[in-house]
Write a protein that binds this ligand. Structure first.
Ligand code: SUG
Length: 465
């Protein structure tokens, strides 16, 4: 089932709600990973603009994180890299005529002229920003929807010069990934206009029952950017987009909350909610300065959570005195990937920057020692290249709660060619070693031989759907 329609919800009271399994879908880091300085409100991206990047090391770091997650028994999937430079984008921006798109000397000329006259646009055409899969879309499992349909609403990413182009390419990838699954709707992104700007799951949290409970329901919190004037940075997620997506998903009001980021957090470099707050099932980790009117918001979340699940939500509130906003943004503690382990309990994959920060390391140690919360262990991921562009462990993955039947051994494995297992890991790492540049400067983008190389590299990606 593809594309959304706006028919009225149909509730089927006899339907049986399925058990859900949390899956992780990472974007493979591409061979043109670089520091374009294009991330709006993203202090790491702005600070590292035009530095040399290391695409091979970057992609191997991302692969190692997927190995780490898969080794815990958590279902891990990947999305193949997208073809860059994006010639369609360059054609639409007038740098080459569509009739000449396959003419090599015209291509070479277009790259050179664009590099001289509009380097930001060329950087966008080469961007590997699709690697941050948390921004690909927002997912709602069928058990939460009033009409019993699972939906993935792709994000339009319309705020950013370099990211808007991902939306349609991602739509095609997910349509392929879910090929043949009748109970999921892959929905086109909202219209790519400023009032509907949307950045996907990075601004959405789904709370669920503790693992001991069988309830498949979820409480959805959509976080939009600060609306008050005076922000240093332009906001990325509009309130209208969040509200429209929640309607699309046919969510009942009892399972729905809207929240606003605090302007102070946005000004400190919190360009997405997942930089300063995160959830996993019955756990809520947040910074005291994450939200506007944080106390009343958290109270609302707790009340709705308890009335849905009959048990309290586990809160980990971090005060500014313990981790100041700037330290939170530097370490990306809140962007740690919290995983539900197959046999109960949770595990955190934190950026190595948290291990190197005394304050963050001590907090994590205390959580593990405290038997009252579900966190059982931690591992640290080295993601220096992604982090230098403002992307931590949780940014690199889209988390979805899939009906267990989709993964059962007796079901058709529609997702088989996107599964990260030992074979995929080995093949993809070999391919990275063979084709990825060790070091990249944005000057390389104007070379036609470089463009040819990275396009052919992605075309021979070893595992295609
Ligand atoms: O959109 N960085 C990304 C980082 C996305 C992080 N995702 C989440 N928080 N979920 C962004 O700002 C930098 C690219 C550059 O500057 O070349 C960039 O796009």
């Amino acid at each position: 089932m593809n594309s959304g329609s706006n028919q009225q919800p149909v509730v089927d009271p006899s339907r049986e709600a399925p058990t859900l399994i949390e899956v992780q879908i990472d974007g493979i880091i591409g061979p043109t990973h670089h520091f374009g300085g294009l991330g709006i409100g993203n202090v790491a991206s702005l600070a590292n603009q035009a530095k040399h990047s290391h695409p091979k090391a970057a992609a191997l770091e991302g692969a190692a994180k997927m190995d780490q997650v898969a080794s815990l028994g958590v279902p891990q999937f990947f999305l193949p890299p997208l073809v860059r430079p994006n010639w369609d984008f360059l054609i639409r921006c007038g740098w080459i005529d569509s009739k000449q798109r396959f003419d090599r000397s015209e291509q070479a000329d277009a790259l050179k002229r664009c590099a001289d006259e509009s380097p930001a646009l060329l950087s966008a055409a080469y961007s590997s920003s699709y690697m941050w899969a948390a921004n690909a879309g927002t997912f709602c499992p069928e058990s939460d929807a009033m009409d019993g349909v699972s939906r993935l609403v792709l994000a339009n990413l319309s705020s950013s010069l370099h990211r808007g182009m991902e939306a349609v390419e991602r739509y095609l990838q997910f349509t392929d990934l879910f090929r043949g699954v009748e109970t999921v709707q892959v929905c086109l992104p909202l219209p790519a206009v400023d009032p509907l700007r949307d950045e996907g799951a990075a601004n959405h949290m789904r709370f669920a029952a503790p693992p001991s409970s069988k309830s498949p329901l979820g409480l959805h919190v959509f976080v939009h950017a600060a609306t008050s004037v005076g922000n240093t940075f332009r906001s990325r997620q509009s309130s209208l987009a969040s509200r429209t997506i929640s309607k699309f998903m046919r969510l009942p009001l009892e399972q729905l909350i809207f929240a606003e980021q605090s302007p102070e957090a946005v000004d400190a470099g919190v360009f997405h909610n997942d930089v300063i707050a995160t959830s996993n099932r019955n756990l809520f980790l947040y910074h005291e300065k994450s939200f506007l009117n944080a106390d009343s918001l958290v109270q609302e979340i707790c009340i709705k959570y308890e009335s849905l699940f009959g048990t309290p939500l586990h809160l980990l509130r971090i005060d500014d005195a313990a981790i100041p906003l700037q330290e939170a943004v530097r370490t990306y503690l809140f962007n740690s990937q919290i995983l539900s382990l197959p046999h109960g309990g949770m595990h955190m994959v934190c950026p190595v920057q948290c291990e190197q920060s005394t304050a963050a390391r001590e907090l994590i140690g205390n959580w593990i020692d405290d038997a009252r919360n579900p966190i059982l262990g931690v591992s640290y991921a080295h993601l220096s290249e992604s982090m230098a562009n403002g992307g931590g462990p949780a940014c690199l993955r889209l988390r979805m709660d899939w009906p267990a039947g989709w993964l059962s051994p007796s079901a058709p494995p529609f997702h088989a060619s996107y599964r990260w297992d030992e074979r995929a890991s080995q093949k993809i790492k070999e391919w990275i070693h063979r084709f990825y540049p060790d070091r990249l400067a944005t000057d390389d983008f104007q070379r036609i031989d470089f463009a040819d190389h990275v396009i052919s590299a992605v075309r021979v990606f070893p595992l295609r759907g």
